[in-house]
Design a protein around this ligand. Structure first.
Ligand SMILES: [Ca+2]
Length: 210
């Protein structure tokens, strides 16, 4: 391999490796207090990844509830930015009770590009269970929420917080745990290495032509 190609390959390798990512198991889980909007189940994630956020997803593990529409889930970044993952799914009015479908264990990942959660619940019979899937985050009355845009450039390092509350009497639920996967924006120094690599290639080509 010619020297300038080695330069370029090394630079590209630096660029590729710079988009660091990590998955963090949450601390917390258990019963979700019934009809307690201000007393949610809390799960925290101690993220050690450096740099601003490029993308994220959150996976709930073992979510059980006998009335999906009771639930509100939010995710907060270390800087306090808070975004809805779901907000009483299936509810379309201020007093709506949401969808009666169950969550019955399994895994539910919230990720940009995922399916419409309310539509997935509505497609099941009222006594059915939504066990697995990738779902887009959604807010009040099912409004679309883009996680990566909402948290764009939020600092990754620090404590992220999932809050999961039940907002109507009687039907109850629980969560075993959750995992947060994050990807950092490549650091500027990497672009510098890449630029230096390209400069090296250009210099070598100039010397060969001279
Ligand atoms: Ca309830």
């Amino acid at each position: 391999m010619k020297l300038h190609k080695v330069f370029l390959a090394a630079s590209l390798a630096c660029l590729a490796s710079a988009a660091s990512a990590g998955t963090y198991d949450g601390i917390g889980g258990g019963q979700i207090p019934d009809n307690a909007p201000t007393n949610p189940l809390v799960v925290t994630f101690n993220v050690t990844e450096a740099g601003p956020l490029a993308s994220l997803s959150l996976t709930m593990v073992g979510l059980r509830h006998s009335w999906a529409g009771d639930l509100i889930a939010t995710l907060s970044a270390p800087n306090g930015t808070t975004v809805d993952l779901m907000r009483r799914p299936g509810s379309t009015t201020p007093n709506g009770v949401g969808d009666s479908t169950d969550f019955n264990g399994g895994q539910h990942r919230f990720i940009d590009g995922g399916a419409d959660l309310a539509a997935a619940l509505l497609a099941l019979p009222p006594t059915g269970s939504l066990l697995f899937g990738d779902f887009a985050a959604s807010g009040l009355f099912g409004a679309a929420v883009n996680l990566n845009t909402s948290f764009a450039n939020a600092p990754l390092f620090g404590t992220w917080t999932l809050r999961l509350s039940d907002n109507a009497l009687d039907d109850r639920g629980s969560l075993i745990g959750a995992a947060l996967t994050v990807t950092a924006v490549p650091e500027p120094s990497t672009y510098l290495l890449f630029a230096l690599g390209l400069a090296g290639v250009a210099a070598l080509r100039c010397r060969r032509k001279a």
